[in-house]
Design a protein around this ligand. Structure first.
Ligand code: FES
Length: 241
């Protein structure tokens, strides 16, 4: 897609809803650019670069006055919808917007409705959360606003959220997200939290990963490999002496 090439060329275009783990859906509209071709006789169009495929001869302008105006309007609207989001505030400030010119959404939760969370959950084969209600009341939530039966506490939704809306907590061996509690597996070497038991079981079943894989954390695994490598080198030195 155009956005990948734009980034490869080191051009800074804002994008919130795009992530390599999910298909682009063009919902945030921030990656808008202007396109034209020599043979289009001056005709131009504005497209979301995350959704537009690269074509031979396409002339792409990322910072025309019109494009900048479109982005400013979108960011102005996001400022009204997400008044508490530092990500949005920082982006908007880069475009010279420090205060929204629209009416701020009361009880705003800073969600931009990009659906990255629901899409990654679907990719994982769970679809534990979805958009509920309509219009300005629409929110992302588990079915019937209840504890989501299909959630496995993987945190993918929280990590992919561009405005950091989805909150979770790990405490005393328990992970809590979407009001659901999960037992945490801890590293048998250092005691660090590794993964929720339900997520580990899911990976063991779907990816045929051995259960022992989750006995130690990545740091301890690396330390163990380093120890083994170190003793091999020492032994090799002793042999050559
Ligand atoms: S990144 Fe392209 S529309 Fe959001």
């Amino acid at each position: 897609m155009l956005l990948a090439v734009i980034r490869r060329e080191g051009v800074d275009v804002p994008a919130l809803c795009e992530h390599e783990a999910i298909e682009p859906c063009g919902s945030c509209r921030l990656c808008m650019v202007e396109i034209t071709k020599k043979e289009w006789d001056g005709w131009k169009n504005h497209v979301t670069s995350c959704l537009y495929p690269v074509e031979d001869g396409l002339i792409v302008s990322t910072h025309t006055d019109q494009v900048m105006e479109i982005r400013k309007t979108i960011l102005d609207l996001y400022m009204a919808r997400c008044p508490g989001s530092e990500v949005i505030q920082k982006m908007a400030e880069e475009y010279g917007i420090y205060k929204t010119s629209y009416i701020t959404v009361p009880d705003a939760d800073n969600c931009i409705m990009c659906y990255a969370c629901t899409r990654i959950c679907e990719v994982l084969g769970k679809s534990a959360i979805a958009a509920v209600e309509r219009g300005h009341r629409k929110v992302i939530a588990p079915p019937f606003g209840d504890v989501p039966p299909d959630c496995i506490g993987c945190l993918s939704c929280a990590h992919i959220c561009p405005t950091d809306v989805i909150k979770w907590n790990d405490e005393d061996g328990t992970r809590t997200i979407w009001k659901k509690n999960f037992e945490l597996i801890t590293c048998k070497e250092c005691g660090k939290n590794i993964i929720s038991r339900e997520f580990a079981d899911y990976i063991i079943e779907k990816r045929e990963v051995p259960a022992e894989y989750f006995e130690t954390c990545d740091d301890c695994k690396r330390a163990e490999v380093a120890r083994k490598m170190g003793s091999l080198v020492t032994r090799a030195k002793e042999v050559s002496l």
